[in-house]
Design a protein around this ligand. Structure first.
Ligand code: FE2
Length: 511
């Protein structure tokens, strides 16, 4: 049997094989769509692995063997129940099915030459597991918001090899210009202020990030390997669906994930962060579920043109040479060439990959396109891309405080560089003092931002952790919705307390 760690189960997409509990109980049938809630429930039942096999005979034998196990007489405990009758060599029944083996019985069996017995295997979690499976059936019948999102066949390019960057240079055409439509994703999201979060949920979000980190690196390696063709984009669909499920379940916890920089792989980190931010912004702008998935494709692929750049370009402390600058300037075009290798992409993706560095006022590159010539998804990626780049450490500068980055983006939007609607939507989700950042209040207390409040960009919901600038800690931190407090406001953004700067620690211990 093959074993799949529960953390590696793909969420939001139908399973292609069936998965079993160690007891042989089927947990997911082919075509079931696992959701976050399933992973959390299973972990609570101490189920951390799933069993599967594509060999039907092997699977049937395994299931049949799951209910029993063979033990030597010395291993049998008084609590074990026999799985069948035991007969002597003469055919005399020594003990019946369901019977137990105490010291006298053991001695008697040994005397009759019995060495092993088959006992019933008991699983303490089985009762609870069965009631979870029953509840899940009921729940999924009434709850469609976690259902897998698929690309609309109308919006898919049938043969990606026909894409050409020269077609993108003229900007978008009328049939590509899109407006929010379909079932708005934001209607499915729980907008209540954050309540209690279990450790299981937090650990699950962290493990999801780790999983996608590794899968994204593998995907990128396949994409740039020389002879690769028809690379499957299933990873993008599953990533987008899993991120969307996290967004529906707990949007603030998801937002904080963009601060994770678990490994030193700048492009992968940037890709995941930008995808996550774009999904948030598009949802805030009222885009439909399928449209958000379509955007996620482009967000995930927006910088693949940088994959061929030598590593040291990212590590350089000095300014780039003119040759290096030229090379970076053509990364949108290189990106379009690379995505031809994919088995399936939305029609909008090449435009968006090509245009993510264009700006509303024509100051961008490679073609100085303006407002209506730029695909709306490219405008979303432009903002997410700059925000993430500014708030991450680079070889030549430290990371900017999230507030400072947000302030810079607002200034640029006022000058007409970024699309105002995108920046407004970004503020609604991230707040002027982005979720996860630290602020000093007018009361001198130090707090961290735990949720945006759509009523006021500048007055998020905060958790007050310290009494004053000396960081004297509150025994039990209080949560304040600043929009309800006319006399309390954010006085200044501050650096994260040094011991809390590790976002993984912060997520597990403070959120
Ligand atoms: Fe880029």
């Amino acid at each position: 049997m093959n074993i799949l760690p529960l953390d590696n189960l793909q969420l939001g997409v139908p399973t292609e094989i069936a998965y079993y509990h160690v007891s042989g109980t089927k947990i997911f049938s082919i075509g079931d769509t696992p959701r976050i809630a399933d992973v959390i429930s299973l972990k609570r039942l101490k189920v951390n692995e799933l069993y599967h096999s594509s060999d039907e005979i092997h699977l049937a034998k395994w299931i049949a063997g799951c209910g029993t196990r063979k033990l030597t007489l010395d291993e049998v405990l008084p609590s074990h129940k026999l799985a069948g009758d035991i007969f002597s060599e003469e055919g005399q029944k020594l003990i019946g099915m369901g019977g137990t083996v105490n010291r006298d019985v053991r001695r008697e069996l040994k005397a009759k030459g019995v060495t092993d017995v088959i006992v019933i295997r008991e699983y303490s979690e089985l009762g609870e597991l069965e009631s979870y499976l029953k509840d899940r059936k009921k729940q999924s019948a009434q709850d469609s918001k976690y259902a897998e999102i698929k690309l609309d066949p109308e919006c898919i390019i049938s043969d990606a090899s026909t894409i050409s960057a020269s077609r993108m240079k003229r900007g978008i055409t009328r049939e590509i210009r899109i407006k929010p439509q379909g079932d708005p994703l934001h209607e499915a999201i729980d907008h209540e202020p954050p309540g209690f979060r279990s450790d299981d949920l937090k650990k699950y979000y962290l493990s999801l990030y780790e999983k996608h980190f590794n899968q994204t690196r593998e995907f990128f390696d396949a994409l740039i390997s020389e002879n690769s063709t028809a690379i499957k984009t299933r990873h993008i669909i599953s990533l987008a669906n899993e991120v969307i499920q996290c967004l529906i379940r707990d949007k603030n916890l998801l937002i904080v994930m963009h601060q994770l920089q678990t490994k030193n792989d700048q492009i992968v980190n940037h890709t995941l962060n930008v995808t996550l931010i774009c999904i948030n912004i598009a949802s805030s702008m009222g885009y439909g579920r399928e449209q958000v998935l379509e955007l996620a494709y482009a967000a995930f692929l927006h910088d693949v043109g940088m994959l061929g750049e030598p590593e040291d370009i990212f590590e350089k402390k000095d300014s780039l040479s003119s040759k290096e600058k030229e090379s970076i300037a053509v990364h949108p075009e290189r990106g379009v060439e690379l995505i031809k290798k994919l088995d399936c992409i939305p029609k909008s993706t090449p435009y968006v990959v090509y245009q993510e560095h264009e700006r509303e006022d024509g100051s961008g590159y490679p073609n100085h396109l303006k407002a209506d010539q730029i695909h709306p998804f490219a405008k979303i990626i432009a903002v997410a891309d700059v925000f993430d780049a500014l708030t991450c450490t680079r070889a030549w500068r430290p990371a900017m405080l999230p507030y400072k980055a947000m302030e810079l983006i607002i200034k640029q939007s006022n000058k007409g560089v970024f699309c105002r609607d995108v920046v407004k939507a970004f503020l609604r989700y991230f707040s002027l003092f982005p979720v996860g950042s630290w602020v000093q209040l007018s009361t001198k207390e130090i707090a961290n931002v735990i949720a945006a409040d759509p009523r006021r960009y500048d007055k998020p919901i905060v958790r007050v952790a310290f009494k004053n600038e000396d960081r004297e800690i509150y025994a039990s931190p209080k949560i304040i919705a600043l929009a309800n407090e006319p006399h309390i406001y954010v006085a200044a953004p501050v650096e994260a307390p040094r011991d809390l700067a590790d976002s993984q620690f912060w997520i597990m211990n403070l959120l």
